[in-house]
Design a binder for this molecule. Structure first.
Ligand SMILES: Nc1nc2c(c(=O)[nH]1)N[C@H]1C(S)=C(S)[C@@H](COP(=O)(O)OP(=O)(O)OC[C@H]3O[C@@H](n4cnc5c(N)ncnc54)[C@H](O)[C@@H]3O)O[C@H]1N2
Ligand code: MOO
Ligand SMILES: [Mg+2]
Length: 415
């Protein structure tokens, strides 16, 4: 049985990112949210585009106002009014000023802004009552934040509101992004029925299909739902073949333990998959099967218990999917140390993941264990899970009030 860290390394080594050239598409800025840049972005524009005023006030020559005071104000003739968006008409000469507003272009000849609070208007003149701190005060210089032609955004970054702002301002309206990875999802089990079917004795609802599709979509992938496949080796083999041929990654649930109807590993081998992981010392989620296929597809045979299935996705599939998507870094889940509000227990034999919620109490983060049974068949208390407390192998308890490592759950904190 592999340790969690060993399994994580094998998976990350196995999965290759989408191709920077072949696996891309062009999207407009409006459709770019949640996508990953595939090519570097540069802009032809400096930013700020023009020298402009950071304040409402007067554009002046610093030399005209540097030694003024309330007792001996500098008196300047106002030659123009410059609102934002308008090109100044005249150049400022010594003894002159332009009325100017925040964001408006600096006129020729002026090098400094005097804020209007430090002035007094008298007809066509402005009296400057105190000098600005320095030449260029409150002037936003052209190109001071970014110079045209330099790298603006690197490939491999996720595009969200902040990146959209940068791209819009740089007039990058068409972007080359990675295509979304295609992830086939299939549920194995004779007992499974869709959620809209009346249950016959012994049947259960296929919740994994829905949970995994939601997980894949939250990570920017395209879930391809292949439905429920009974525990019949020929039918299962056919569906697995179809999945492997059409998707970048396959997630099947169930059929990976040691039961008589657990066929997934055997079929993966028959289909030519190289089995890289058979089981991991993790609870829940021990019987994880991972296989690599020659066409580049990675197959995750995920345990059927519903909590095991999601924990496997959060701990192992998420990093794989992030790497596959073209993200250049931050593939691994985020861990942090926080105080546990509750006593946490484990048998110490496997790295144990307990589900619950990170909450901020008086500005300090605390982990609260989900109430009810921490049992991999109990998905009822999974709702609102945003983190998992992690007890390493060998650790059987963490007392209430003690520090614990928690892993942030995919999607719960915006990634
Ligand atoms: N003798 C042993 N038995 C089991 C072991 C073991 O080591 N020795 N491991 C246990 C652990 S741990 C897990 S986890 C499960 C994994 O089982 P499988 O992946 O083979 O899954 P199934 O047997 O098909 O189903 C397990 C459980 O999950 C329910 N299930 C399955 N699919 C779904 C679905 N799509 N939606 C909701 N629930 C699902 C299924 O009905 C079973 O209750 O094996 C243990 N056994
Ligand atoms: O590891 Mo299983 O995933 O305990 O339920
Ligand atoms: Mg089984």
């Amino acid at each position: 049985m592999l340790s969690v860290k060993e399994a994580e390394s094998i998976i990350l080594e196995l999965v290759k990112p989408l191709d920077t050239r072949k696996d891309t598409e062009v999207v407009t800025l409006e459709d770019a949210t949640g996508r990953i840049l595939a090519q570097p972005v540069t802009s032809e524009l400096d930013f700020p585009y023009w020298d402009n005023s950071a304040m409402d006030g007067y554009a002046v020559k610093f030399a005209d106002v540097e030694s003024c005071s309330a007792e001996s104000p500098a008196v300047l003739e106002i030659v123009e009014e410059i609102p934002a968006g308008v090109q100044p008409k005249s150049a400022i000469a010594s003894g002159q000023a332009a009325r100017i507003f925040t964001g408006a272009m600096m006129p020729e000849g002026a090098d400094t802004i005097v804020i209007q609070e430090n002035t007094k208007r008298e007809g066509n003149c402005v009296l400057v009552l105190s000098p600005p701190s320095r030449s260029n005060a409150f002037v936003r210089q052209r190109g001071s934040f970014y110079q045209a032609g330099n790298p603006l955004l690197e490939p491999g970054i996720l595009i969200n509101a902040s990146e959209i702002a940068v791209l819009a301002t740089a007039q990058c309206t068409q972007l080359t992004v990675y295509r979304r990875p295609r992830v086939a999802i299939l549920s194995t089990g004779d007992e499974l029925v869709p959620p809209d079917r009346t249950l016959q004795p012994g049947q259960i609802v296929d919740s994994n299909q829905y949970a995994l599709a939601a997980f894949v979509a939250s990570q920017g992938g395209i879930p391809i739902r292949l439905g429920i496949v009974p525990d019949k080796p020929d039918l299962l083999k056919e569906k697995m073949t179809q999945a492997i041929a059409t998707a970048d990654m396959v997630l099947s649930t169930g059929g990976v333990s040691v039961g008589d109807y657990d066929y997934v590993e055997q079929l993966l081998a028959e289909l030519g998959g190289e089995i890289r992981i058979r089981s991991v010392a993790i609870k829940p989620g021990k019987p994880l099967t991972v296989a690599a296929f020659a066409n580049g597809c990675t197959y995750f045979g995920i345990p059927g218990n519903p909590v095991s299935a999601l924990v496997s996705c959060w701990r192992f599939v998420q990093p794989a999917l992030r790497k596959l998507s073209g993200l250049s870094d931050n593939w691994l889940p985020t861990f942090m140390k926080v105080r546990s509000r509750d006593r946490l227990i484990s048998d110490g034999k496997r790295e144990t993941y307990l589900w619950g919620q990170l909450q901020s109490v008086d500005g300090v983060c605390e982990f609260q264990l989900a109430g009810g049974a921490q049992n991999s068949a109990n998905l009822i208390n999974l709702a609102r899970t945003n983190s998992l407390a992690v007890l390493p192998v060998g650790q059987t308890a963490i007392a209430s009030g003690q520090e614990v490592d928690v892993m942030l759950v995919a999607g719960a904190f915006g990634r």
